[in-house]
Design a protein around this ligand. Sequence first.
Ligand SMILES: [Zn+2]
Length: 230
Amino acid sequence: MRLTKPVLLILLSVLFIFPFTSAMAGTSHVVIIDPAHGGTDRGGKLSRNLYEKDITLIVAKALKKNLSKTKNVKIYLTRSTDKKLSISERIKIARRSKADLFVSLHINAGFGKSSSGYEVYFPGFGKTLARKGDSNEILNDMVRNKYLNDSVRFAQIVMKNIEKVFPRQGRGLRNAPVPVLEGLTIPAVVIELGFATNIKDRKKLLSRKIQQSIATALSKSIKEYFSTEG
Ligand SMILES: [Zn+2]
């Protein structure tokens, strides 16, 4: 049979275009950005009328905007308005959207006025341990190791990129039983962007330019994380 031009075109699309587009669709990643606190739960106070809940929301929205044109990454926010949200509601959003990565944004407070800098938390090992007698114990452990490794890998990328915004301000990577992280079985981190109780950190976090730089550093980290996925 002689291939006519239309037939040839159809064949070409089936052979090349279709697998290509489906492969591209397969590489789409869902990331949940969780601006902590909200509504009456204001978090740390940064100025007369700005709280942790406001700054985390500004950064989250800027991050979403930054990545809006990145084809293989879809960003969802746990909240895009000033509303109160429980930990379980935040976890539910992550589960429902089948997220590949969960990033919770906070601002630290306390430990005296001299404490400053950013820190990144990844899930603790405690509560996520598979129950004894669970037939899926081994499988669960393998999955758990994978998402813990990925959480640490993402946390390290974030530390490296945030360092450019807050030079020599890194307080390190921390493994702690953070409630929002313990409820998830996907790579997840909590980022404490600085201290509301430290005058220098406060000044930085209130700056529009720094807020944008943090969003840029995090967008870059997300892209880097998915491009170096093993
Ligand atoms: Zn907080």
